[in-house]
Design a protein around this ligand. Structure first.
Ligand code: UDX
Ligand code: ADP
Length: 466
């Protein structure tokens, strides 16, 4: 069973969609079917106009245009795709639990379990199951349990193959990954399954970049990689506050430490705080696991990364309020950006949501513009917090599809996402349309503050003048 002919991927989201598109592109002999319960999402993936696919990711629509209908298919027929596949990737969402034991920390494995049960029910031949979603350590054990106890006597091998792509650069990351990680059992069958997946990736990834480990190491490595990355952001953000009180400038400090080859230059951009579906969730997971083993110090150590991030978001919102003579009541505050980073339409855990929530508590009027995020997403994100009801969010927030309209008559502008286009705006025109003093709070240190100050703006940046 080492020669894979058909792959099924359950979950057509930010991970499953791009990953399977690249596998289909690189392996024309393998038939790849991506399935999802969400009919609207699948319909969008199948839209004749590839610009309407549900996920915005630079370069993705070209690959979909090339492979779709050839060896890449999107379908809601989950059972058929499972039945036909030699290898099934599980790429469904695993959000943090919002109820019961482990609430706010542990991952909700409801959807994973549902997948496992469905696979167990449908499978009539041996299959390799690949965990692609980020999962807490030892999830494979639970999967194994369900598959082996509810199945029809068919054999399953379970592999962990965590995704390291970052949104916004997913296609490059998939095309030329730093490494591919595959964890499997040390038994003969386990190793055969590992080899089968190695062979898929070897179609385009150099063999020395494909690392194989045991299942648990692979699962833990994913959490650890994200925890280390998030820790760098929280570390630099913690120092940004110190810089604001002293004569040091965080951009200069970051450059100075980043040139130390042991530290390296990446992931040292001070910001309003990290977001995204992985960082917070994975760290909370790590914290939960450590606590459940009674490792209090380990848990506290990692939890501090989240505490720092929450502090940074709150601090940013508070600065806007303080600068507005301690009241934003009824004032229009324009948000440039809502996505958690540039080049994606994903808004999960975006700092913008929390900054907006804080300002809405102070009765501000928030005006949002984001080049790729639609109004219903913005309202959905705020409603999900349940701080206030949908009516109130509707009354407090307006979403614009023109940035100049969003900024017109505003007391302040807050930059929440580092979209390149913001740099090229006609800032004189924006200045002329705003109330004075015209404040800009650059939560991404994106704009040319010298230029803006010359126009007349009062500019506050993270880590120097916030
Ligand atoms: C992350 C990991 O990078 C990726 O390997 C994993 O597979 C999934 O989680 P992603 O969430 O897509 O990817 O985005 P990432 O580029 O890591 O950024 C996360 C957050 O940190 C963003 O909000 C980003 O704006 C912020 N960030 C990043 C900073 O504030 N400063 C930095 O220097 C880098
Ligand atoms: P990620 O960023 O991890 O890809 P997403 O939320 O974007 O997360 O995508 C996960 C997808 O998985 C969603 O489109 C959801 O509808 C789908 N999904 C969840 N559970 C199942 C299931 N049991 N069968 C099929 N699809 C599922």
């Amino acid at each position: 069973m080492t020669n894979i002919k058909k792959i099924c991927c359950i979950g057509a989201g930010y991970v499953g969609g791009p990953t399977m598109s690249v596998i289909a592109k690189k392996c024309p002999d393998i038939q790849v079917t991506v399935v999802d319960l969400n009919e609207a999402r699948i319909a969008a993936w199948n839209d004749e106009d590839v610009n309407n696919i549900p996920i915005y990711e630079p370069g993705l629509s070209d690959v979909v245009a090339e492979a779709r209908g050839r060896n890449l298919f999107f379908s809601t027929d989950v059972e058929k795709a499972i039945d036909e596949a030699d290898m099934v990737f599980i790429s469904v969402n695993t959000p943090t639990k919002t109820y019961g034991a482990g609430k706010g920390q542990a991952a909700d494995l409801k959807w994973i379990e549902l997948c496992a049960r469905q696979i167990a029910q449908v499978a009539k031949s041996d299959k390799i199951i690949v965990e692609k979603s980020t999962l807490p350590v030892r999830t494979a054990e639970a999967l194994k349990d369900i598959l082996h106890n509810t199945g029809n006597g068919v054999k399953f091998q379970i592999l962990s193959n965590p995704e390291f792509l970052a949104e916004g650069t997913a296609m490059e990351d998939l095309d030329a990954p730093d490494r591919v990680l595959i964890g499997g059992d040390s038994t003969l069958e386990g190793q055969e399954a590992v080899q089968a997946l190695v062979d898929v990736y070897a179609n385009w990834v150099p063999r020395e970049r494909i690392l194989t480990t045991n299942v648990w190491s692979s699962e833990l490595s994913k959490l650890t990689a994200n925890a280390f990355l998030a820790q760098r952001v929280s570390s630099i953000n913690s120092l940004s506050e110190l810089c604001e009180r002293t004569e040091a400038d965080i951009t200069e400090v970051a450059r100075a430490i980043g040139t130390d080859s042991r530290i390296g230059p990446k992931f040292l951009k001070a910001s309003v705080g990290f977001g995204g579906s992985c960082f917070q969730k994975d760290i909370l997971n790590l914290v939960y696991i450590a606590r459940s083993y009674g490792l209090q110090e380990v848990a506290d150590y990692w939890e501090q990364v989240i505490i720092m991030n929450d502090h940074q978001k709150r601090r940013f919102a508070n600065k806007i309020i303080q600068t507005s003579y301690n009241t934003v009541n009824g004032k229009k505050i324009a948000f440039l950006g809502w996505a958690f980073k540039k080049d994606t339409n994903d808004t999960r855990e975006s700092a913008a949501i929390y900054v907006a929530d804080h300002l809405l508590n102070e009765q501000a009027q928030v005006a949002v513009y984001d080049p790729k995020v639609e109004a219903n997403q913005v309202y959905g994100d705020l409603n999900y917090l349940r701080t206030r009801d949908a009516e109130e969010n509707k009354a407090g927030v307006s979403v614009f599809d023109d940035p100049y309209e969003a900024c017109k008559g505003a007391h302040a502008i807050a930059v929440l996402t580092e979209w390149d286009e913001f740099k090229d705006y006609d800032w004189q025109r924006i200045y002329d349309s705003m109330l004075k003093p015209a404040n800009v709070f650059d939560g991404r240190n994106l704009l040319d503050s010298k230029k803006l100050r010359a126009i007349g703006f009062n500019v506050k940046t993270i880590g120097s003048s916030l």
